[in-house]
Write a protein that binds this ligand. Structure first.
Ligand SMILES: *Cc1c(COP(=O)(O)O)cnc(C)c1O
Length: 425
């Protein structure tokens, strides 16, 4: 009998710390046996996994290539430069900083670069689809800065640029964020850029969710519109946990200084290396096709869900992400997400715009197709996924708990032909 394992990455770990190795194996099995629809997640390649697991983690390298505060940077400088040059080439930008530890610190660095405490920032409200770090109240960005927030239209769930313009003209923010975490529609970078220019604000395009789509040509690029581009590297871009800040020459120095020494110490060199690998992968024709398949799958899943009576915010999707309001299904987002998880479908509960319920028990669920597309699922598989979701949510409403375990078995068989990197059965 073969043992399910995350070998070879945890070969020594299994000896040193079998308890932890067993937990990693269990997580590997969980990730491989479920249908992952969490919009912010992906499965990185074996090559990216290997780069994150290297001895580069041993090295301190505060500073930037050629200007470090520690010796022994002969190879680290080359690794970071490779990542930077690949980012610049892939996105077509003048400048890239690959050191931010993750998306949230990357955004905080942008505040540090351009604002003083108390200065005004404008971003999309969290319950409307924005991110915490775009000035939401519980975040440092909402506590230490004066924040004004825009939303989406109630009728169609889309951003109303006229409303954004009116708010910007009235409030005159110094920094404007566009982008977010639950936006199923194309972000209108040009429209935001016009507004930012009118009020003399720096426009930050936060493409954390859609960076892979932008890189693959499946979503318009913010380059030429936004002065600063912030992104994570681990969502649709399919790299390690990390982030990048990109800009034109004008803002380069300010951003670099804000990341280090303004906010961070030593960069995580193993992550930098893995970012470089992911950027190389993202520059291929294969990745371009992948990015377009993500969107095709999302559109197919949205259509299949709509056919089954799911009420989709904005009526559908232009990208990798779907937001469904479950009010008409007489179940909250949280119990639905929990029931789906028991059935082997992993997603997250989420507020919908103008949600009458509380953020910890909201009306909606959020789904994304980047992970399942990485595994090789295609449009023809989407109706089956929508059918399972429909069945599980209906059964949960009826108090029938037997459905979840049956569906779970069906899903285990369904995904078995689509292995994930880093785990073998
Ligand atoms: C995910 C995300 C972030 C934060 O990234 P973390 O790595 O979780 O800190 C920031 N902005 C947007 C729009 C995101 O989707």
């Amino acid at each position: 009998m073969t043992v399910s394992t995350t070998l070879p990455l945890v070969a020594s770990l299994r000896e040193t710390d079998p308890d932890l190795a067993a937990l990693i194996d269990a997580e590997g099995r969980r990730q491989s046996e479920s249908i992952r629809l969490i919009a912010s997640e992906n499965y990185v390649s074996q090559a990216v996994l290997e780069a994150t697991g290297t001895l580069l983690t041993n090295k301190y390298s505060e500073g930037y290539a050629g200007k470090r505060y520690y010796e022994g940077q002969q190879f680290i400088d080359e690794i970071e430069t490779l990542a930077v040059e690949r980012a610049k080439a892939l996105f077509g930008v003048d400048h890239a900083n690959v050191q931010p530890y993750s998306g949230s610190p990357a955004n905080l660095a942008v505040y540090l670069a351009f604002l003083q405490p108390g200065d005004k920032v404008m971003g999309m409200a969290l319950p409307m689809g924005g991110h915490l770090t775009h000035g939401w109240g519980v975040s440092a960005t909402g506590k230490w800065f004066t924040s004004v927030q825009y939303g989406v239209r109630k009728e169609d769930g889309r951003v109303d640029l006229d409303e954004v313009r009116d708010l910007a003209l009235a409030e005159r923010p110094k920094l404007i964020f566009c982008g977010g975490t639950a936006i199923p529609r194309t972000i209108e970078f040009a429209g935001f850029a016009e507004i930012a220019a009118e009020v003399d604000a720096v426009l930050v395009a936060d493409i954390a969710h859609i960076a892979g789509l932008v890189a693959g040509g499946a979503h318009p690029s913010p380059v030429g519109h936004a002065g600063v581009i912030s992104t994570t590297t681990h969502k649709t871009l399919r790299g390690p946990r990390g982030a990048m800040l990109m800009s034109d020459e004008e803002h380069a120095k300010k951003l670099d200084r804000a990341v280090f020494p303004g906010l961070q110490g030593g960069p995580h060199n193993h992550t930098t290396a893995a970012i470089a690998v992911a950027l190389k992968e993202a520059a291929t024709a294969d990745f371009k096709a992948y990015a377009h398949r993500i969107v095709a799958n999302a559109k197919a899943l949205a259509e299949a869900m709509a056919d089954r009576g799911f009420d989709l915010v904005s009526g559908g999707t232009d990208n990798h992400l779907i937001l469904a309001d479950l009010t008409n299904r007489a179940i909250g987002g949280k119990p639905a997400a929990q029931a789906l998880d028991r059935a082997g479908i992993e997603l997250n509960y989420n507020t919908v715009p103008y949600d009458p319920r509380k953020p910890f028990d909201p009306s909606g669920i959020r789904l994304g197709t980047s992970s399942i597309t990485t595994r090789g699922l295609t449009e023809e598989h989407m109706p089956q996924i929508a059918a399972w979701m429909d069945e599980v949510i209906t059964a949960e409403g009826d108090g029938d708990s037997s459905v979840a375990s049956r569906v779970r078995n069906e899903i285990r068989e369904f995904v078995a032909p689509f292995p994930i990197p880093g785990y073998s059965d």
